[in-house]
Design a binder for this molecule. Structure first.
Ligand SMILES: Cc1ncc(COP(=O)(O)O)c(C=O)c1O
Length: 444
């Protein structure tokens, strides 16, 4: 980590009044050092969230396991933080698994999800001896069974259940409703059928059941309903199929506060709701609660991330709208284009200035839908100013693209006035690294 000379000096307080500070460093120092757009993570916030999740489980005295869903933001450094904090890692592809293993993450604390894991991905997971595979469908049971028979290896698995809980979230990110591409349908006997199919393969050790009801969820109710349904299901399969549930995994999904309009429950409420609902369902039959597992992604990293952009051009349409364009956009944050997501932002170098104009923040890609924020009040945004967009730590970099051959931004972690480059900015050369067209006459 590097210390900013500027901020170790006495003018830090003065500076902090007109400058946005992140982890003890000013946005303009970070922008100067690493360029823009730049995604900055405040590492302490990530570690605090993890600590709070663990504390919440201790409060309700439940055996628990927490996995960080690294689809929210995946890099070797982030995997190392998760490992250091004692978390498991939830991966959903061979690429995420590869990243985790390269980071030194212990394989037996990795679980793999996915509605269409390829044979290669499953084989990679099995031969890497990961801790759990969450089996999603009948095809996967067969493919995995064949791999286990051929390699002679065994693996712990869970089965993913679609519990039919509508959490009133955006259709594209709500995976728990019955009409979902994920998991076995709870209501048509598929779960029982899947268990019978799994029993044919003695190298698959069924450890429990899993449900993920959606994402960016604000209310505890849906989690409570899902926990009860899953607890009831686990009792049923124990009774009827003689299968013990050692782990009840209720996925991720806790919402975060992107703007002041968002009112997510505290994570303590989520943990309490899930544990109490499940405990009640088990104890009514004299059974004890199995290990409760959660897989938060967004709520671990989203609020820790801030993207710093440089302001460039503007277009004023009298009486209609003023567009202020920045040097990134949908290529580093496609969430507005995908989900209509809303964000808050500041001019990072004018924290003291009065808000004096209503503008919309546009990206630089050749696409009208490339917007970051519709209608935000800001101090006068001038070319060269720094715009900081908050809560960009989840599903931003991991969904970034090279559309228009725009290089992806750098990612930096900051902590107590020090910074660490975690992902360097892509270069134009990086954009060509897959190109094989060295010889025009080489068709074969
Ligand atoms: C199975 C599963 N677990 C965990 C997560 C993480 O969810 P979130 O980032 O909303 O906490 C997801 C997100 O889609 C998921 O599909």
């Amino acid at each position: 980590m590097e210390r900013s000379k500027l901020h170790s000096s006495a003018n830090e307080t003065l500076l902090s009044k007109k400058e946005l500070m992140i982890g003890g460093l000013s946005a303009s120092w970070l922008a100067e050092k690493y360029g823009t757009p730049l995604i900055v993570y405040d590492e302490e916030k990530i570690r605090n969230q993890i600590h709070d999740y663990k504390q919440a489980f201790h409060e309700v005295q439940a055996d628990f396991r927490l996995a960080y869903a690294c689809k929210a933001f995946c890099s070797t450094y982030m995997c190392q933080i998760a490992q250091e904090e004692g978390l498991w890692l939830d991966v959903v592809s061979g690429g995420e698994l590869f990243t985790a293993l390269k980071s030194g993450f212990q394989p037996n604390h990795i679980l793999m999800h996915g509605n269409n894991k390829t044979k290669e991905e499953l084989e990679f997971a099995v031969t890497s001896q990961i801790g759990l595979i969450v089996v999603d469908n009948f095809h996967e049971i067969e493919v995995l069974g064949e791999i286990l028979n051929r390699t002679g290896q065994s693996i712990d698995i869970m089965i993913r259940v679609s519990p039919g809980v509508d959490v009133h979230t955006h259709d594209f990110i709500s995976t728990g409703q019955q009409d979902s591409k994920f998991g076995f349908d709870l209501y048509s006997g598929q779960v029982e059928e899947a268990i019978i199919a799994i029993k044919k393969y003695h190298r698959m050790r069924l450890m429990g059941i899993h449900a993920h009801i959606g994402s960016q969820i604000f209310d505890a109710e849906g989690f409570g309903v899902a926990a009860k349904r899953m607890a009831d299901l686990s009792k049923k399969i124990e009774r009827e199929l003689d299968v013990m549930t050692h782990i009840l995994n209720l996925g991720g999904g806790l919402g975060i506060r992107y703007t002041s309009e968002d009112t997510p429950m505290p994570l303590e409420t989520l943990v309490e709701e899930v544990v109490l609902a499940a405990r009640k369902a088990y104890e009514s039959d004299g059974l004890s609660l199995p290990l409760i597992m959660l897989e938060p992604g967004r709520s671990i990293v989203a609020e820790a991330g801030t993207t710093i952009y440089r302001v460039g051009s503007r277009k004023e349409i009298p009486g209609l709208r003023t567009y202020v364009a920045v040097d990134g956009g949908m290529t580093d944050n496609p969430r507005l284009a995908l989900y209509g997501a809303k964000y808050e932002a500041v001019i990072a170098n004018k924290m003291n200035a009065n808000k004096e104009e209503l503008v919309s923040i546009a990206g630089k890609a050749c696409e009208s839908g490339d917007m970051l924020i519709w209608d935000i009040e800001l101090p006068k945004a001038e070319p060269g100013d720094l715009l900081a967009v908050f809560c960009t730590g989840a599903y931003n970099y991991s969904m970034a693209s090279n559309y228009n051959r725009i290089p992806r931004p750098a990612v930096v972690f900051v902590r107590e006035g020090q910074s660490k480059l975690v992902l360097r900015r892509e270069t134009y050369d990086d954009l060509l690294h897959l190109e094989m067209n060295t010889d025009f006459s080489s068709f074969s």
